[in-house]
Design a protein around this ligand. Sequence first.
Ligand code: BV8
Length: 265
Amino acid sequence: MNDNAAALAQARRLVAAARRLTISTGAGVSAESGIPTFRDALTGLWANYDPQALATEEGFRADPSLVWDWYATRRERIAAAAPNAAHRAIARRQLAGGADVLLITQNVDGLHRRALEEAISASTSAPDAAAITHARESIVELHGNILRVRCLQGCGPPPPGWESDSRSPPRCERCGSPLRPDVVWFGELLPEHALARAHAAAGECDLMLVVGTSGQVYPAAQLPFIARERGVPVIAINPEPTPIDEVATVVLRGAAGAMLPPLLA
Ligand code: BV8
């Protein structure tokens, strides 16, 4: 048996034995949907900009139209994209019962939610309403969601909608400030509730699956280390080596879309 086949067999045994499975995903899970990861070379206009400079409040205040346009371009790509085999394998697992699944994602593209809704609609075994509600509530978007906006001044709740085709930020109807993407920028605190749920998931799971993340961005990158310190097995899936391999019980060297369907079937 080659290394990956042996690793997959070991990982499948761990998944079969798990009762509280936490899955932590990064941009690599959306790569096969055509959504560029952060470390991919940014194409076109963005080739000259560092996402860690654009994805900041300072970057937005310095040039609101440039940053708003970057997010508008990303929203357009996401609208044209579809969940891939990795998202679908996770969504099926969320509905399958057996292990309780908590999905913690760094991704802001909403593709896990779309995959879950598609799995619910396509499900022939009609999961019961409680399982569907539980699955929908078990997706934690650590860094927000690019499809939502909020007032830059935070004067009130996010508006229900906005002119999405504007190439510069629309204004808040209450206070006139620019609207901003409802995502967590570098240098900003994560939503307290989301971070608390992620830490609880790492502290209570009996297996952690980490997929498609370079493990560079904190505090998300901390999660597998928290699990490992508790003696909980960690499975890492990535075509490239990352710091997470240091704490992984099993490393599946490959694409999420290829590895997750056989692992989670
Ligand atoms: C915070 C939303 C308190 C916006 C994002 C020094 C040391 C440690 C930490 C810090 C430090 N200085 C500053 C910090 C804190 C900072 C941080 O971690 N910086 C890093 C860069 C060092 N963190 C923060 O600011 C966080 N807030 O800590 O508040 C604080 C404040 C100030 C100072 C200290 C503390 C907020 C972080 C959230 C930022 N917002 N997104 C937007 O999207 O526009 S982050 C964004 O980038 C993503 O959400 C994601 O988190 C990250 C990208 O990481 P990945 O998802 O891993 O993607 P990446 O491209 O890196 O890698 C893709 C991987 O996929 C690769 O490994 C590749 O091999 C693999 N892959 C490719 N194809 C596939 C695949 N895998 C599987 N299948 C495939 N097909």
